[in-house]
Write a protein that binds this ligand. Sequence first.
Ligand code: UDP
Length: 539
Amino acid sequence: GPEPGMGPRLDYPRALQILTEGGTHMVCTGRTHTDRVCRFKWLCYSSEAEEFVFFHGNASVMLPNLGARRFQPALLDLSTVEDHNTQYFNFVELPTSALRFMPKPVFVPDVALIANRFNPDNLMHVFHDDLLPIFYTLRQFPGLAREARLFFMEGWGEGSHFDLYRLLSPKPPLLRAQLKALGRLLCFSQAFVGLSKVTTWYQYGFVQPQGPKANILVSGHEIRQFTRFMTEKLNVSHAGRPLAEEYILVFSRTHNRLILNEAELLLALAQEFQMKTVTVSLEEHAFADIVRLVSNASMLVSMHGAQLVTALFLPRGAAVVELFPYAINPDHYTPYKTLATLPGMDLQYVAWRNLLAENTVTHPERPWDQGGIAHLDRAEQARIRQSREVPRHLCCRNPEWLFRIYQDTRVDIPSLLQAIRRVVKGRPGPQKQKWAVGLFPGKVREARCQAAVQGASEARLTVSWQMPWNLRFLEVREVRYEVWLQEQGESTYVPYVLALQNHTFTESIKPFTTYLVWVRCIFNRTLPGPFADVLVCTT
Ligand code: UDP
């Protein structure tokens, strides 16, 4: 029967009957395996075969029904890392009649969200690949956030940050290894499989060198809704701090990629910005304390590395200063820059790079995964030591990259302060000013044109329109209208930016010619609305 501690009891005979007669039911969203999330009823999992099972019965539905394309390459990505060939989801098919010869099903009464964590020991991966996507996948389907139980199928143990995963849902998550103990054939009365990738902003370089995702769909607003949730769950109080207690937070690593002159750095920052400095590390602080410290900091200074994902928790207006070891080009490794500069994050981002070979300490003797190069042939070792910049490369085992990224650094204070000052003018930190929410204009209304011909070679075109209707509910600093004029059949157009709601064009308007006219409204120079339906105007 149902397992103790697994939530609401289930009517076992009835569940068994529904499964044996009806079989599995699946309906998915998403057009391709990389953007698919599927909803199942009566999906089963054989913990002996370590495979999911789709039972075909008289109520079975499989949408999309891909045929053999289900294996080209898979039904869906189980983690948020796009199209990673170790993270695919699929199932084996059986007729329900096979149930007679199989272990007695154990039903999982909870609504399940089934997914893979990508790298649960690395804090950047934890937040970017797992926590944020799980948070928003749970909010994509009714009821999930309140009642779902997470099932992590990647096969890892809890990992170093399991407490964070526990915060996302009321029931503790289960790991693949724990499923065996629950039964040989587990059947989920209701399960969602896969994660929304809508919040991810970075690709790690498996098929092309790492960089921001091509089509980022998340803004600081959604990120902060998530961090607010996490902050509350961590019992970190929201109470702001008095202005007198502004501080700069230096996030240090204690095992590798060290800042060798941390004391000097702290002193210099304190002096330059007339602020207290505080240091923090993952090793020495509880995560809730880190969140408390970050969420009230004026500036976060850290070596490049996963701990910088805590910039998620910075207040608007704060500065992020990312330090890069010698021979590492900051432009090639931008997960934290991309985060800090997402629209609406409202953070100031600074990259600093050690350009002085004498200020770096290398570790050629270490194991390869901590940047050691002793295992390489001598010529290759010599080449790497002499190189002044790591060329772009793919993830994840490039020895030159690992050698350089695990260097320790003595930070050259004058060049760092200069880099910060180029971006941070005045006092860093949460600003008094209200951050404007950027709302876009609607379409202009009632666009019309009127033509007049004067003689054989001159003509004029008067275009008029009404403001978008949402403008009257908004306070907008500057309202402008953009008009594009295109002679029919031509591939180029002439754009005009105008302040009024009508304009007469005379320049280069020809008689007896048809013009296509597009009009849109722009708020505050940066917020263009949609074009109204094209006007066809003949002079
Ligand atoms: N880490 C740490 N202190 C250290 C080195 C690493 O807390 O001295 C953490 C780091 O923040 C990350 C994990 O250990 O969460 C793995 O670190 P790694 O160097 O492999 O990855 P990176 O930080 O470069 O993403």
